[in-house]
Design a protein around this ligand. Structure first.
Ligand code: F6R
Length: 606
């Protein structure tokens, strides 16, 4: 949430910053701004709206070879020009951009006001500019350190100061920040996407670190300014994976990448001979794996719904009690942490603050946590005792698709390994492996139905309200389907267990309220079909996501048949048409697919 980019070197900073902000816009897009160090001092340009609005309205002379930029997702104060970052101190000598939340902003604002400071914005971030500006330390690092000593909360921070024109000082606590290394030029960013066109050689700051970044290099410190050592790594990332290419949106590109992404997460991890999975990153031997009595999965939003699919996989294959819970709720109920429970944090970004804080809470109480994470080296990945990287590649669209598919597959691998040290037979293990091997091809077959799904989505887009229903394995599929639909089409989409309809929500069924029902070929098919009759009897239009061998008994429905896999793996194939429905409905309604209103990629604030 929110994006930071910075540049120091021989080039003009503004074009580099604008390009970086455009690449970061999925992290927040209600306002944007830049500050550069010009010969006359700091210049700031900022405004509500998109980066393109900022670029269009920049003054002609906005030159400087050191600069910082920001794209905002509002937390404190509405999206307007004044609340946009960068924020400056009273004299205009300091400019800061900030991601995160300053928890004690109210008392700091009061203190500054009592000291006669005129605060111009509604934001928590502005206090940082004043605190740095009012510090009497001799160095910029000293001023930043002193300011941060007064602050409680989370930050990714970049600071310019007119008296120290050769540098950007950055700091991190709970909100990612990395330094990019170029040839006599350096970058800072909250996300590699911002600088990937220039460099993939980076150093990630740790929480509680400050760094000085000049054109010639960087130095890192703890908050008390004692030096730290930070390794530089060159990431093996194709900058092209941050481009939408021929697609109209990243979401479309990312949906179509699912077969290739699925192959990547499975590659080298399936052991056909012993019918099991190899997951070296879990850092658990067979004895420890066998000692697990319960699995508890934690994630937010769609990651939580895939976590529910994962819990079913673990229960079905390993016969270990498993459940998923929203990480955002878990840590607020003083959870009981058990030594023989395996806690699993699932997150695309590896930054989601609620999931990260849940991991920290579990570890503080001595629990073992593994991560299913896409972004290598992200905070959650680093915090866990072990894990499974998802290898989905960079996901830019706010609506998550390929990462979710790979989360599901990560859970399938985990369940297989847990199952094979228990009672899952080698034959069943091999059956699952054969199913996993076939899955990329089957995903391809579902994606090939795009034209028919587009036509159907056009009709669904007209409905103000929709139900998504499913049972047991199908229920998280329905939840994820509703999530995707509401997220980008802004239609009211509600998920229910099919079995619960007649306990209340059936009252809402009418000709105006379509139901999208998930009806796999399984032990519940007949019961599901019974519920469809009850909806049809109330004139509710029906779309059924199902398998070709399911007999819908002459019901008047629109069918979406997906290929059958092994029954445990069916949920992911049933999910993919729902992504395409949401995407085409949003397209029909003319929405910005990759940047849905009010949302942002990576929720790094509570
Ligand atoms: C939905 C969506 C969100 C995320 C959630 C968790 O399409 O993208 O619901 O799934 O914010 O994000 P991560 O996986 O980064 O922890």
């Amino acid at each position: 949430m929110c994006g930071i980019v910075g540049y120091v070197g021989a080039q003009q900073a503004t074009p580099v910053l604008l390009e970086g902000l455009t690449r970061l816009e999925h992290r927040g897009y209600d306002s944007a701004g830049l500050a550069v160090l010009a010969s006359s001092g700091i210049k700031v340009a900022k405004r509500a709206g998109r980066v393109r609005d900022l670029a269009g309205g920049l003054p002609k002379r906005f030159a400087g070879k050191v600069g910082i930029g920001h794209t905002r997702w509002a937390t404190h104060g509405p999206a307007n020009d004044v609340n946009a970052h960068p924020h400056t101190d009273a004299k205009g000598d300091v400019a800061i951009v900030h991601n995160g939340i300053i928890d004690n902003a109210a008392s700091l604002r009061q203190r500054l006001a009592d000291e006669g400071v005129d605060l111009v914005s509604d934001t928590d971030s502005e206090v940082l500019a004043h605190l740095v500006g009012r510090s009497e330390a001799d160095t910029l690092e000293g001023k930043v350190s002193e300011a941060l000593a007064a602050v409680e909360g989370t930050y990714g921070l970049a600071v310019l100061h007119a008296d120290f024109p050769d540098r950007i000082v950055v700091a991190r606590n709970g909100s990612p920040l990395l330094i990019g290394v170029g040839e006599k030029e350096m970058y800072v960013a909250s996300d590699l996407a911002a600088i990937v066109r220039h460099t993939t050689t980076v150093a990630h700051l740790d929480d509680g670190e400050i760094a000085t970044v000049t054109a010639n290099g960087f130095t890192t410190y703890r908050l008390d300014l004692t030096r730290t050592a930070r390794d530089v790594t060159t990431l093996d990332i194709d900058p092209g994976s941050y481009e939408a290419g021929d697609h109209d949106s990243f979401m479309h590109k990312e949906m179509l990448e699912q077969p290739a992404a699925a192959e990547r997460v499975l590659r080298g991890r399936l052991d056909e001979r012993f019918g099991t999975a190899h997951l070296g990153g879990l850092n658990m031997d067979a004895r420890e794996t066998r000692a697990i009595r319960r699995v508890k999965i934690l994630g937010c939003g769609s990651a939580y719904y895939v976590g529910q699919m994962g819990a079913s996989l673990v229960e079905e294959l390993a016969r270990i009690p498993a459940d998923a819970e929203a990480a955002s709720e878990f840590r607020y109920r003083n959870p009981i942490i058990e030594p023989d429970t395996l806690y699993v944090a699932v997150s695309q970004s590896g930054e989601t603050i609620d999931t990260l804080l849940a991991v920290q809470e579990i570890r503080r109480k001595g629990g073992r946590v593994i991560g299913l994470v896409n972004v290598v080296g992200s905070a959650i990945a680093r915090e866990c005792d072990g894990g499974i990287y998802l290898h989905a590649g960079p996901e830019v669209a706010v609506a998550s698709t390929k990462a979710l598919t790979n989360m599901f597959l990560g859970f399938a691998l985990l369940a297989l390994q847990l199952g094979r040290v228990r009672d899952l037979s080698i034959a069943d293990g091999r059956r699952l492996i054969a199913g996993l091997d076939r899955l990329p091809e089957l995903i391809e077959q579902v994606l090939a139905q795009e034209d028919a799904l587009a036509e159907l989505a056009g009709r669904l887009a007209a409905a103000e309200s929709l139900f998504f229903v499913g049972r047991v394995r199908g229920f998280p599929v329905a939840r994820e389907g509703a999530q995707k639909f509401k997220e980008i089409s802004y239609r009211h989409a509600e998920a229910y267990q099919t079995s619960e309809l007649k306990h209340g929500p059936l009252a809402l069924i009418s000709e105006q309220v379509p139901t999208i029902a998930v009806v796999p070929y399984d032990e519940l098919t007949d019961r599901n079909v019974g519920a469809l009759h009850e909806i049809a009897a109330r004139r509710g239009p029906l779309v059924v996501v199902t398998h070709a061998d399911v007999d819908l008994g002459g019901l008047d429905v629109t069918r979406i048949d997906v290929p059958r896999s092994e029954r445990e793996l069916d949920p992911i194939l049933l999910t993919i048409p729902l992504q395409l429905l949401a995407y085409h409905a949003a397209l029909e309604l003319g929405h910005d697919i990759d940047k849905p209103r009010n949302l942002a990629k990576s929720v790094t604030v509570e």
